[in-house]
Design a protein around this ligand. Sequence first.
Ligand code: HEM
Length: 528
Amino acid sequence: MDILDTTFGLSGSNNNKEWGGQVQPALIVTFVFLICLEACLWVRNIRQKRSPPGPFAWPLVGNAMQLGHLPHLTFSKMAQKYGSVFQIRLGRHDVVVLNGESTIRQALIKQSNEFAGRPNFGSFQVISGGKSIAFGRYTTLWKVHRRIALSTLRDFSTANTQSMKFFEEHVVAEALDLVQVFMRLCANGLYIDPSHEFTVAAANVLCVLCFGKRYSHDDLEFKALLGRINRFGQAVGAGSLVDAMPWLQAFPNPVRSVYQNFKELNQEFFDFVKGKITQHRNTYDPETTRDMSDAFINVIEHGAGAEDGLTKEHVEGTVTDILGAGQDTTSTALHWILLLLLKYPHVQTRLQEEIDNVVGRDRLPAAEDKSRLPYLEAFIYETLRFTSFVPVTVPHSTTRDVDIAGFHIPNDTVVFVNQWSVNHDELKWRDPGAFDPSRFLDENGVINRDLTSSVMIFSVGRRRCIGAQISKLEIFLFTAILLQQCTFEAHPSEKISMDCTYGLTLKPLPFTVSAKLRGKVLGLPEKV
Ligand code: HEM
């Protein structure tokens, strides 16, 4: 014990004192050297005027400590100082941040190939068994993979009248089930936290598409799985920090624990999907396509995908991606919608009046009613704009040396796209910090399509979300049906807060709601 104390202990060791005497000045000299080096590089970049400007980056951490709890807000402030294209440093990576509609469109649409990459982050390899579309690098194989995912998703949703009807029926069934769950849980005026119910509803729409199966709101195994997906968005940031600063893995710290957790939850989620795909393979019949898993097995393992070089693992990767990317985002959207209905009861009343006038009380709202419900559409767009709940896209990277706004960006530079800055640009939106659905309507109540297409939440260009169309339809149907059937009331003693938790998606803080039936519930169509 004595030996251990004198060899490794902090006090009473002559060795340590000797080392301390040599190491401390050495550390100080190294640190000063690094600062000088950083300063020289920073000044050189500014002089050259070729690299985008940006704040001074500290050795080792760069600007990581300056981003704060809501980085999109920090980026928007920095853009006011440095311009719409600026550069920060995160650990060992230079990161270019793009802000504002014209700059982002210039990069992601006009120079779409150059900005379509994803950084070569180790943490991205952990996702969807390393075969993710959303986190995959921009290669020829990736393009085939994405094309198959997008066309299969369309075949099962919006490709034609028949697929649209199929998709709509499932969403309507899920929305009506949600009404019944709300009625059961809110009986006798009880207030409930709706987050789990929205998560299950959004996940079920995708599970029906992918596995031909939906789950009960009380299914414990499904509940645990969804909890993992929900934590994904929060934990993915820790992965990126570890990629930027690998030394964070060397000692116990909160980022290291979150990253460890991130790896585990990805593995568990991937294993769940793998089990489902195995069941599909065991009962696969090339003559009958039961659901999207069958369709992916068909095209990837037995069709064009295999010829192009896709493997069996791409089937699991695709389904994991679709469930992961689609569930959390859509349920978060529904969550914000409900919170805003509670905060602005007069908006809720106006929406119900519009639905009652156009649809009535004898049938359910349908997709084809959309064009005759402009205030509802305006309300949904304003929710997407105002909350901007995917404030920054998945990180992009450049695929070759490229120039933008007069600045030179080398190949393989990490690029952050600040969608929030587009939706809150004071030059574009009157009073962007106010929630006002009417901003999208002209004096005759007609929706302004130029404005709605300026709302940026699904990104644009080669990496644009593949689920944009189905989630817009889903959000429309859920909102219309819930509002036609129920009135939602906030807890009288609860302050309605717009504060949120930060991750890949911004989520409202927990709140409670009471739902009251407005009349008789219309009949449930047949469910899977
Ligand atoms: C309101 C709902 C949704 C929002 C706000 C949303 C938003 C986004 C955003 C911002 C991206 C990143 C784009 C970029 O990096 O530039 C993305 C990518 C993606 N989303 Fe969505 N999404 C939603 C729903 C869905 C749904 C329902 C699905 C699947 C059915 C889906 C599948 C994907 C996939 C596969 C990608 C990766 C695309 C790529 O890297 O090429 N998303 N989404």
